[in-house]
Write a protein that binds this ligand. Structure first.
Ligand code: THU
Length: 134
């Protein structure tokens, strides 16, 4: 699976976004180590803070289907600019990529893209058992 192919899937997933409040649909496609792919789209709510990002939808679908090892997560929106995951989504990615090696491919509406590692995007993730215990 190359990044471009995964991005096209993220763009398809974006069509299922439920984003009536922001008007900012986002799609995500998550490539798992076993070769399966899970899709996500953002799902908003009238109680705004309950909205869930496309990335977390894809990850939670995968985990709840028994996949916890991932190679790449691709993200697409209609923006002219590259759409990067929010901090909350990065933290959820870190949960399932303890070595922070997950590839994260961000794109714009034209499918121009860049790929980063999770470590690039979240260099100081919160992880347990690193002196954080109290
Ligand atoms: N959103 C995502 O789904 N993923 C991102 O990477 C950025 C933001 C959603 C959250 C909200 O539904 C809308 O985009 C506007 O912030």
């Amino acid at each position: 699976m190359d990044s471009n192919e995964l991005l096209h899937m993220a763009r398809e997933a974006k069509a299922q976004a439920y984003a009536p409040y922001s008007g900012f649909p986002v799609g995500a496609a998550l490539y798992c180590e076993d070769g399966s792919v899970f899709f996500g789209a953002n799902v908003e709510n009238a109680s705004y803070s309950l909205g869930v990002c496309a990335e977390r939808v894809a990850i939670l679908k995968a985990v709840s289907a028994g996949r916890i090892r991932f190679q790449e997560l691709a993200i697409n929106s209609d923006s002219e600019q590259l759409t990067f995951p929010c901090g909350a989504c990065l933290q959820v990615m870190a949960e399932f990529s303890p070595d922070m090696s997950l590839s994260v491919t961000v794109s714009n509406r034209d499918l121009d893209y860049m790929t980063f590692t999770l470590r690039d995007l979240l260099p100081f993730a919160f992880q347990l058992n690193q002196g954080n215990s109290k």
